[in-house]
Design a protein around this ligand. Structure first.
Ligand SMILES: Nc1ncnc2c1ncn2[C@@H]1O[C@H](COP(=O)(O)OP(=O)(O)OP(=O)(O)O)[C@@H](O)[C@H]1O
Ligand SMILES: CCCCCCCCCCCCC/C=C/[C@@H](O)[C@H](CO)NC(C)=O
Ligand SMILES: [Ca+2]
Length: 585
């Protein structure tokens, strides 16, 4: 019966059917024995997708139920499930209860399966630090963790230290300052804002330990070893959706348990050689900045505030003057218009790993490539509806292909999208194409460039003033110059952002009249001359910024979007796959 320490096989029953079950070093499989059947059922589970084994007849979700019997054992595996809209990125917990012909055989199976799991699971996390935002999204973070995540962690033998946050930035500061010895990863239960806290904590901590300055945009940052897991429980779970393919807590938990590892590009945003923030999804000026700023005034609406604010901002019909300078990426490697899709196991991203971290010697240690020459900067100016930089596709439920459908998660570049001023219908067409398979870049007023760095400045005479004091105070209604001058469009002029800050009464960064102008968005009749930057859902306190993409700076417990997950292939509209896409490689 026992072949060697890896192999094990015997007959087993599942319900009334008899199976031949085999465990080898890669798979656990069971095949129906009934010779009379034309089609015999056969299941094969790679050990990499094996979650756990328990004695008896056991259920884990929705509730733990154990029926202790001597002859049964239950295995739990990753099961791919059909979600809504043909999505295949949804994972559930597969459960199979096996019956043996005696307790000895049962004990053998449990022992062998556990040993195989231990051997195979060397790269799986054993200890995690979990931060729950109890107020994110629909305020269900705590419940999601307790009912869906914790039981699966327990089944998989993961021990979790849980912190329910009491204030903003607690998770970031914990990661920056506390002892993290023994943790294999950090996990957030929340939305993009919580993810951003973990991102800043992990990157900051890694640079501190490496003795590197985060402020210098020219510094090659140290890639972070501590993995980040995202259990989606926010109003916007864009990073989760774009890296997993669905926003589903169980799917994300399973990716964490099996120790998936997805490298991710990160953009550092600087103002005058000072780090302002990091971004993985969107650094957007104009429309996306205005929508975020407007949405802050309607937080009570919950996730719907983005739709409402989107309509208001669209109707305000704004464009902004600016100068954009960018450092193009190597066009030989890929293009934002090559109709490829960055899917799990993406070839472009794996080739980028070799380029970004050439192996310096025979050991497996990666060292970062700093030999490449920077290349020539390109400049353009004009009036823009929006200027967006995204390091990934930024696909989300609203826009399943995302802001830049052919962007890559881990190729060391970002896509810069310039939407020049146009008539309202033109801009509406651009926005609407995000929700369909039609190419949003195939419009005369839209440009897209694959870049390594971007600098944005205001036109001459409109530059930001500098040197104001630090310290923070939220801008109040009534600070509005236009309101004081009786220029408002109707109703009271309200300040639009909780996060747009002034310094102890004095403003930081932007000179007063410009700042007051845009704080009146969109209720005043006078059009503001500057917008704000939306950086992964946070408003930046500066207009003139320098962004630099750091290839594969962090790693998520994810594997990218599996073929067909949460997306549609390029079959519609004028986007045609020419056989070069990842689906065909
Ligand atoms: N206990 C807390 N109290 C207040 N704010 C918190 C707390 N914990 C985390 N935060 C902050 O709340 C912000 C939003 O959280 P999160 O991203 O989880 O939810 P969300 O609903 O998706 O967010 P948003 O409404 O901004 O889209 C984060 O930026 C985070 O810093
Ligand atoms: C007429 C229909 C108009 C629909 C317009 C849809 C446009 C969708 C574009 C999706 C962009 C997603 C960008 C991601 C942003 C996130 O980084 C950020 C943080 O969560 N979210 C927000 C809302 O700023
Ligand atoms: Ca990228």
């Amino acid at each position: 019966m026992e072949i060697d320490s890896e192999w094990f096989e015997s007959d087993l029953w599942v319900g009334k059917e008899q199976y031949r079950a085999v465990l080898n070093e890669l798979y656990f499989s069971w095949t129906e024995i009934d010779k009379k059947k034309r089609e015999r059922k056969s299941v094969s589970v790679p050990l990499s997708e094996f979650i756990g084994v328990e004695e008896g007849r056991v259920e884990i979700l929705p509730q733990r139920k154990v029926e202790e019997t001597e002859r049964h054992f239950t295995v739990f595996t990753v099961k791919r499930s059909r979600g809504g809209r043909g999505s295949t990125g949804l994972w559930t917990v597969g459960r199979t209860q096996f019956c043996c012909n005696g307790q000895d055989l049962r004990d053998h199976w449990v022992r062998h399966l556990r040993t195989a799991l231990r051997k195979h699971g060397a790269s799986r996390p054993r200890r995690l630090l979990v931060f729950i935002n109890p107020f994110g999204g629909k305020q269900r973070g705590r419940q999601i963790y307790q009912s869906l995540v914790a039981p699966l962690f327990e089944l998989a033998g993961i021990s979790a230290h849980v912190v329910v946050t009491e204030k903003a930035n607690q998770a970031r500061d914990h990661i920056l300052k506390k002892d993290l010895t023994g943790f294999d990863g950090v996990v957030c239960v929340g939305g993009d804002g919580m993810f951003s806290e973990l991102l800043h904590g992990v990157i900051g901590r890694t640079q501190q330990e490496a003795g590197l300055s985060e402020h210098d945009p020219a510094v090659t940052l140290q890639p972070c070893n501590l993995h980040i897991g995202i259990i989606p429980a926010g109003s916007t779970d864009c990073v989760c959706f774009a890296t997993v393919g669905v926003n589903d807590p169980v799917t994300s938990t399973l990716h964490i348990i099996i120790g998936d590892s997805q490298p991710l590009d990160v953009c550092s945003v600087h103002h005058l050689n000072k780090l302002v923030r990091y971004s993985v999804s969107l650094v957007g000026y104009g429309f996306y900045g205005d929508v975020l700023a407007e949405s802050e005034r309607h937080r009570w609406m919950g996730p719907l505030r983005y739709d409402y604010s989107g309509c208001l901002v669209y109707l305000s019909n704004r464009s902004y003057a600016g100068m954009v300078h960018f450092l193009p990426a190597d066009p030989q490697l890929s293009s934002p218009r090559d109709n490829t899709r960055c899917l799990s196991g993406c070839r472009v991203c794996s080739e980028s790993t070799e380029r970004l971290f050439p192996q310096s010697d025979s050991s497996s240690q990666y060292s970062q490539d700093s030999s490449q020459s920077e290349g020539e900067w390109v400049s353009t100016e004009g009036r823009f509806r929006c200027v967006s930089l995204t390091c990934m596709s930024s696909s989300c439920p609203r826009s399943p292909l995302g802001l830049s459908p052919s962007a890559h998660l881990a190729d060391g570049t970002g896509d810069l999208i310039l939407v020049r001023d146009t008539h309202p219908l033109g801009f509406l067409t651009y926005l609407h194409r995000h929700t369909t398979t039609e190419d949003q870049f195939d419009l005369p007023f839209v440009e897209v460039h694959r870049v390594k760095a971007v600098r944005f400045s205001l036109p001459p005479g409109e530059e930001e003033s500098e040197g104001e004091e630090e310290g923070e105070k939220v801008m109040e209604g009534g600070d509005c110059k236009a309101e004081q001058e009786g220029e408002r469009g109707g109703g009271a002029c309200r300040s639009i952002s909780r996060q747009y800050l002034t310094s102890g009464g004095k403003q930081r960064g932007i000179n007063n009249h410009k700042k007051r102008d845009f704080l009146c968005v969109p209720c005043c009749s006078r059009a503001p001359s500057v917008s704000v930057w939306n950086c992964d859902g946070e408003i930046l306190p500066y207009t003139e910024i320098l962004c630099r993409v750091h290839g594969q700076l962090v790693r998520l417990f994810a594997r990218g979007i599996e073929d067909g997950a949460g997306t549609r292939p390029f079959t519609g509209g004028n986007r045609k796959c020419k056989g070069r896409c990842v689906l065909h490689t």
